[in-house]
Ligand binder design. Structure first.
Ligand code: SDX
Length: 434
């Protein structure tokens, strides 16, 4: 990364005046570089949720939280919401930094197709997995296991080995995800169809039944591409930070992305899309009203959160939520159906837009609020929603892992702490402990 030091900042402590460099981002925002503060002065900064801390310089994804804009390699995500959205093209853009030429896209696609099968040893393991296993547990475990079957692609520092590992991971993740679903349904494992493009092949792997014709509607295939595109990267979110942290120890790509899956599973992060559906279904079934939901979310004595609302960075409408809502309405119109949960979601959003609790805290719908409704329209079951989020986020994790390793200044991440325990205590033999 270029050293974009333009200004200085000063820290005064114990009569000392410490000068610190200031780094300036592409949008003009500033960051005080404290990376040498501890070694030079024995002082640390304290920021437990890293809310005010930049952990890297990155050129992959840009978010303007106040304006509610999101760009992949500088391109606003609205521009990917086109008649035939293409998740693999966006994956290439995020990982390699430029939109692929026709030939580059064909070559990338062919690599993915050549890696769509799982090693039979890995496929057989699905038979031993309890049918009701959480699919995110399967995804994380199987990502790690790819290292057992593709050991020669683990070494770092070789571009060709990286591309082989990355394309194996993206392609096999789709097969693993579909097999986790089929295991839960007691369905036979279908094999990937090399004639199908990425999302169509995923839908085939998920839903086709042997010896029965399975037709994939163009609107459903496009919706699947769009959902994955909208989840593809989101700068330094919790799961990406997990991938970077694990990657900083020079752990292999499969292990780092397995860590990303585990972080994404959390209900405050990628797991929120499942919680949103549970919330909407509870309102639909009469278990509670939309007004009850709003009241519970505002009640500080109640741990209930309005899932799908609020965001650490967006203090405006999450642009992905807007696109997902419009896409859900488009798919319903094309399929001539509707989903009562969409009306409930709109009602909840309407109530928040008039409520000072949400307005004052700038809590707007985030990516998870409408994604589940679109996924349901595609036919994806609720317990697979976070898995779909992970499939979408995978090229982003891979791009961030690559950028980390391409950065000459990157070192192993090892934060400090503020120690608050006792010092110089003595061991007490058990006979003297009472
Ligand atoms: C994702 O980081 C990313 O980029 C993530 C992501 C990505 O693409 O990778 O965008 C994907 O994870 C989206 C977020 C999905 N999670 C949810 O929808 C869960 C519900 N949302 C909240 O848990 C919360 O909004 C977070 C976790 C998303 C953000 O939390 P912050 O930034 O730590 O904010 P906070 O919890 O400190 O909230 C500030 C105030 C608090 O009230 P006060 O103490 O000021 O009175 O807002 C309140 C919070 O109680 N608040 C909510 C709320 N979200 C925040 N109150 C009710 N319901 C909510 N959803």
């Amino acid at each position: 990364m270029s050293e974009n030091i333009s200004k200085k900042a000063f820290l005064e402590i114990d009569g000392k005046r410490i000068e610190l460099p200031v780094l300036t981002a592409s949008d003009g925002s500033q960051s005080v570089d404290v990376s040498k503060l501890y070694d030079s002065h024995g002082i640390t900064t304290f920021d437990p949720s890293l809310n005010s801390t930049s952990i890297c310089q990155s050129a992959i994804t840009y978010i303007d939280g106040d304006k509610g804009t999101l760009c992949y390699r500088g391109i606003p995500i609205e521009q990917f919401d086109r008649p035939r959205p293409n998740f693999i093209e966006v994956s290439y853009l995020l990982i390699f930094g430029t939109l692929p030429t026709r030939q580059e896209l064909t070559d990338f696609r062919n690599r993915l197709t050549s890696h769509e099968l799982l090693h039979e040893g890995l496929r057989r393991q699905f038979g031993d997995v309890p049918p009701k296993s959480p699919p995110m547990a399967i995804l994380s475990a199987m990502f790690s296991q790819l290292a057992c079957y593709h050991e020669k692609f683990l070494p770092l520092g070789d571009e060709e080995l990286f591309v082989e590992a990355a394309t194996r991971l993206i392609s096999k993740a789709r097969t693993i995800a579909a097999y986790a679903y089929r295991r839960s349904q007691g369905l036979p494992f279908t094999y990937p169809d090399p004639a199908l493009l990425y999302c169509a092949n995923f839908l085939h792997l998920m839903f086709s039944i042997p010896y029965q014709q399975y037709i994939i509607g163009e609107e459903i295939e496009s919706a699947m591409n769009l959902v994955l595109i909208l989840h593809a990267d989101h700068e330094q979110n919790c799961s990406t930070t997990a991938v970077r942290t694990v990657g900083s120890a020079k752990a292999n790509l499969f292990a780092a992305c397995a860590a990303g899956v585990s972080a994404l599973w959390g209900p405050l992060h990628g797991g929120a899309n499942v919680e949103v559906m549970k919330m909407l279904e509870k309102i639909y079934s009469g278990g509670m009203t939309a007004e009850d939901c709003i009241a519970a979310a505002k009640d500080k004595t109640n741990p209930f959160k309005l899932f799908g609302f609020g965001h650490r960075v967006y203090k405006n409408y999450d642009p992905r939520a807007k696109i997902l809502q419009a896409a859900a309405e488009r798919v319903f119109a094309q399929l001539r159906t509707n989903d009562p949960l969409l009306d409930i979601a709109r009602k909840l959003e309407e109530l928040t837009l008039k409520d000072s609790y949400f307005i004052d805290r700038k809590l707007y719908p985030n990516v998870d609020f409408y994604s589940g409704i679109l996924l349901r329209a595609i036919g994806i079951p609720t317990n697979m929603f976070t898995v779909i989020f992970a499939l979408g986020r995978l090229p982003g994790w891979i791009a961030q892992w690559k950028e980390l390793h391409d950065s000459p200044s990157q070192k192993i991440m090892r934060p400090r702490q503020i120690y608050t325990g006792g010092i110089q205590k003595n061991y007490v033999p058990i006979e003297k402990r009472g």
